[in-house]
Design a protein around this ligand. Structure first.
Ligand code: NCD
Length: 312
């Protein structure tokens, strides 16, 4: 199976991935859970020795290292290009040929690209003789596995993924993490989004949720909604994706979620950021901020995703 978008995963599949992530999380903290041992042993036998490729054509800390660590923990082998500079892309090879070539060597490929993979797939014949491709972030488009670990983290804290008020402050045009989060939580009409974009634009039509969404025009307007929010999701302005000309033309006003904002937030709410955090998240000094918990959950959810894709 290819996991290119959050829409490639059904709610039922998501539930079983999260259940498996729970097993891995508990196994890590308890070291063993007796009744799962047989099931885990069988699973590890099936995965043992298979090869995951990581082809990351944009910088990454969390996604790549958690995918590689997840693979090793499952007994899989990993081959990696390192960075795009080490591939024949620098000689002028097309992304399609690179993906097709690498696919001949691995059983599953994890790709981070700078262009939408659904476009690449739509325009080209892929000859992938293996289990498929997982999108690890494709330009400004989507980041499905990030959204899955984000929703897993929300579920741990709120015990539900519906009837949530989600506040989002970030680059609604270029943030793939925000697009995928809205894609996953927004298919549930019981949720509500209140969003603020430091660059001023509204979300593109293709990412619009079924759930209701309210665009704030000012930082002050967004702050008035903070007491209602169950989840605050922050993400940096994706400056590397804007041209100099665009950056100069925009009046970028980053909302800094500081102590004054935290003071407005309910005690049971959580504050998230896919990372890396910049000026939008000046402090981690509050128990409602789950920044490193997200990073850690990335490991368990990606272990579960790898197992799920291999079992298809
Ligand atoms: C995100 C990404 O690469 O889109 N980072 C990540 O994978 N954790 C968010 C970002 O870079 O802002």
């Amino acid at each position: 199976m290819n996991l290119l978008s959050v829409h490639d995963v059904s709610d039922k599949q998501l539930k079983s991935i999260f259940e498996l992530a729970d097993v891995f999380r508990l196994q890590c903290s308890l070291n063993q859970i007796a009744e799962k041992q047989h099931f885990l042993r069988h699973m590890f036998q099936q995965l043992s020795g298979r090869i995951v490729g990581t082809l990351f054509l944009e910088p990454s800390t969390r996604t790549r290292m958690s995918f590689e660590s997840a693979s090793h923990r499952l007994g899989l082998h990993v081959v990696s290009s390192g960075s795009s500079e080490n591939t024949s892309l620098v000689k002028g090879e097309s992304l399609e040929d690179t993906i097709n070539t690498v696919s001949q060597y691995v059983d599953l490929l994890v790709v981070r690209s700078n262009e939408p993979l659904t476009d690449v797939f739509g325009n080209y014949n892929f000859c992938i003789p293996n289990k498929g491709i997982i999108n690890a972030g494709d330009g400004p488009h989507e980041h499905p596995t990030q959204a899955m670990l984000d929703v897993y983290t929300i579920l741990q804290h709120h015990k539900r993924t519906d009837k949530l008020h989600i506040g989002i402050s970030g680059d609604l045009i270029k943030s793939r993490s925000i697009h995928s989060l809205i894609g996953l939580l927004g298919r549930n009409s019981g949720n509500t989004f209140t969003v603020f974009n430091p660059t001023g634009e509204e979300l593109a039509k293709e990412y619009e949720p079924t759930a209701s969404i309210f665009h704030c025009e000012t930082e002050e307007q967004f702050k008035r909604f903070i007491p209602k929010m169950d989840v605050v999701y922050l993400n940096r302005v994706q400056r590397e994706r804007w041209s100099e000309q665009e950056k100069n033309a925009k009046n970028i006003r980053v909302l800094s979620f500081d102590k004054s904002c935290l003071n407005l937030l309910r005690q049971d709410a959580i504050v998230m950021n896919p990372g890396p955090r910049l000026d939008e998240m000046p402090t981690l000094d509050d128990k409602r901020i789950v920044y490193f918990e997200q990073a850690r959950n990335g490991l368990f959810v990606r272990m579960a995703i790898l197992q799920h894709v291999f079992s298809q």
